[in-house]
Design a protein around this ligand. Structure first.
Ligand code: F6R
Length: 612
């Protein structure tokens, strides 16, 4: 949440920062701003609204500077407004700062500062931290760097901060704890950002800054230190990402681009890992740690949101194939409970961004208790990838649309391979079933492609139901988590209230909602539960609910009961969720579009939830 960008070098800083903010806008978009420094003059410009509004506001302003910082905000403390937008000035006007995170003890610090006569121009915790730094610098007559170090030792919470100072014409000081920071290394220039997307255009050499590290960044020099003022050698890595991956490539929105990318992202995920002909799955993260995984007494899956839904599907699959008990936990609950973690428990962490604050803290807690952590992460080099003892990347490429789509199907594909690999080693799957599932999995990209070719059918369905005020999503077995995911997607992108339920559970309450105005989406593919779900559809029909169903090609029974239906190719029930979720992603997208919603940036949301 919140995107931050910084530049110091010989280029004009503002265009670099503005472009970077546009790329990071998925992290928050209720206000944005820049601070530019030239010849001892520190100019701060900020505006409520999306980055486009800042861009317009900047027309005619003095933007000449070779150093600057910029921020796009997702509000935590203080409503979205010009005054709460970042960057913030310190009281003496000498320093400007941007911040991603939350300072939890800001109220106490603020009380002290107010007693000393400080006045605040915003409601933010950021301005409090900044004036705290200024106060320490004044009282101790020390350098800004030293003051930052002292302040950060006293604050609790999460932060990634970038600071520039009037008297320091070419230096950005940055620090992180719990919120991400990447530094791109150019020739005589450095780029700082929340993720690599603002950097990739200029350089592929990057340093991922770790928690409790401070970076002193000049055009020709990058010094990393810990909070104890000891130097650390920066570890430079090469970005494995192309600029095209973070651009819309002719699509109207990132969300639809990412939905349509799924045949290739799933293919990339399987590539080099799955060989159905040879009957092989090769996942180094699994194979090198097979003893841990195969002999786990219990697997605990920790995630949030859509990734949590992938975890629910994985629970069914792992228990079925590996015969290992699985529990799926919301990271935000797990971190505050006193969970029982025993020797021999394995944690699987699932995250697209790899930066979700609740998941990170939950994993740290599990790790402290001696758990082995296996990460299923999309963002390479992210915090969760680094916390994990082992793992497998989903290889879905950068996901920029706020609603998660291709990352989810990548997670399902990875988790399926992990389960198959463990089951094979453990001997808990028959040769025939293993071969059958490998073949099915290999054919998924082709089947997804076939589904996408009929996307227009979902556009028509969306048009028909766009005015509904509520939706119900029902599924059984492996498709129950898909029902939850379908409801979440629709809520996020169309602002229509939606609930997902196991189809049979509907009778225990939600059926009271059913009348002729309620669209009920059934995920009713041919599987073990098919006849049961047909009965559930009849129950809805008898109460005049409108049935939209996702069914297997050739299923005449379900299609006849339904008011509208969409067919997907036949597949094994364990693999079905990778296919059944795609029509639901499209349905949400088209409903959102039909309602005129900015689907890439729906209200109140941010892509990467880096605050708890
Ligand atoms: C929904 C969505 C969120 C995320 C959740 C976890 O479309 O994107 O629910 O799934 O915030 O994020 P990650 O996977 O980055 O940990």
């Amino acid at each position: 949440m919140c995107g931050i960008v910084g530049y110091t070098g010989s280029r004009q800083a503002y265009p670099v920062i503005l472009k970077g903010l546009k790329r990071l806008e998925y992290r928050g978009y209720d206000s944005s701003g820049v601070a530019l420094l030239k010849n001892g003059e520190l100019n701060v410009y900020k505006k409520k609204g999306k980055v486009a509004e800042l861009e317009e506001f900047m027309i005619g302003k003095n933007i000449d500077a070779q150093i600057g910082i910029g921020h796009t905000r997702w509000a935590t403390h203080g409503e979205p407004s010009d005054r709460n937008a970042h960057p913030h000035h310190s009281a003496n006007g000498k320093i400007a700062m941007i911040h991603n995170g939350i300072i939890e003890n800001y109220a106490l610090i603020k009380q002290d500062l107010v007693k000393k006569g400080y006045q605040f121009t915003s409601d933010t915790d950021t301005e409090v931290l900044l004036n705290f730094i200024e106060d320490i610098q004044t009282n101790n007559a020390c350098s800004l760097e030293e003051a930052i170090r002292i302040a950060l030792k006293r604050v609790t919470g999460a932060y990634c901060i970038l600071i520039i100072e009037k008297d320091n014409p070419d230096t950005i000081i940055a620090a992180r704890k719990g919120s991400p920071l990447v530094i791109g290394i150019g020739k005589g220039e450095h780029f700082l950002a929340s993720d690599a997307s603002p950097i990739i255009e200029y350089t592929k050499e990057v340093v991922y800054v770790n928690d409790y590290e401070l970076a002193i960044v000049k055009p020709d020099e990058l010094i990393l230190k810990n909070l104890g003022n000891e130097k650390i050698t920066p570890y430079v890595t090469k970005l494995d990402m192309e600029l095209a991956a973070i651009e819309k490539g002719g699509y109207e929105h990132f969300m639809i681009k990412e939905i349509f990318e799924q045949p290739s992202t799933i293919f990339d995920c399987l590539r080099g890992r799955l060989d159905a002909k040879e009957g092989l799955i090769k996942m180094s993260g699994v194979d090198e740690n097979i003893e841990h995984l195969m002999n786990a007494n219990r697997i605990i899956i920790i995630a949030c949101g859509t990734s949590w839904h992938a975890g629910l599907v994985a629970e069914y699959i792992i228990e079925e194939l590996c015969r290992i008990p699985v529990e799926v936990e919301y990271a935000s609950e797990f971190r505050y409970r006193n969970p029982i973690i025993n020797k021999g428990d394995v944690i699987i962490a699932i995250s697209q961004s790899g930066e979700t604050a609740d998941t990170i803290v939950a994993l740290e807690k599990a790790k402290d208790n001696g758990a082995f952590i296996f990460g299923v992460v999309n963002a390479v080099g992210s915090s969760i990838a680094r916390i994990s003892n082992a793992g497998a990347y989903t290889h879905a490429g950068p996901e920029i649309g706020v609603a998660s789509t291709k990352a989810f199907t990548g997670q399902l594909a990875v988790l399926m391979m992990v389960a198959l690999d463990i089951a094979k080693h453990k001997g808990s799957i028959t040769e025939e079933k293993y071969a059958e599932l490998l073949n099915e999995l290999e054919s998924v990209p082709e089947k997804v492609d076939a589904i996408l070719k009929n996307a227009d059918q979902l556009k028509a369905i969306a048009e028909k139901y766009k005015s509904a005020s509520d939706f119900l999503f029902l599924g059984r077995g492996y498709n129950f988590p898909v029902a939850l995911e379908g409801a979440l997607k629709l809520k996020e992108i169309s602002y229509i209230h939606a609930e997902g339920y196991p189809a049979a559970e509907m009778k225990h309450g939600p059926i009271a909602l059913v009348d002729e105005n309620l669209p009920v989406v059934f995920i009713a593919t041919k599987d073990l539960y098919h006849e049961k779900i047909i009965s559930n559809m009849q129950e809805i029909k008898a109460r005049k609910g409108k049935i939209i169903s996702i069914i297997t090609e050739g299923d005449n029974v379900s299609s006849e009961i339904s008011n509208d239906y969409f067919c997907i190719p036949a597949t094994d029930e364990l693999i079905a969720p990778i296919l059944t979720v795609i029509p639901l992603q499209l349905l949400s997208y088209y409903v959102g579009i039909a309602k005129g919603i900015d689907v890439d940036k729906p209200r109140n949301l941010a892509k990467s939830v880096t605050v708890e």
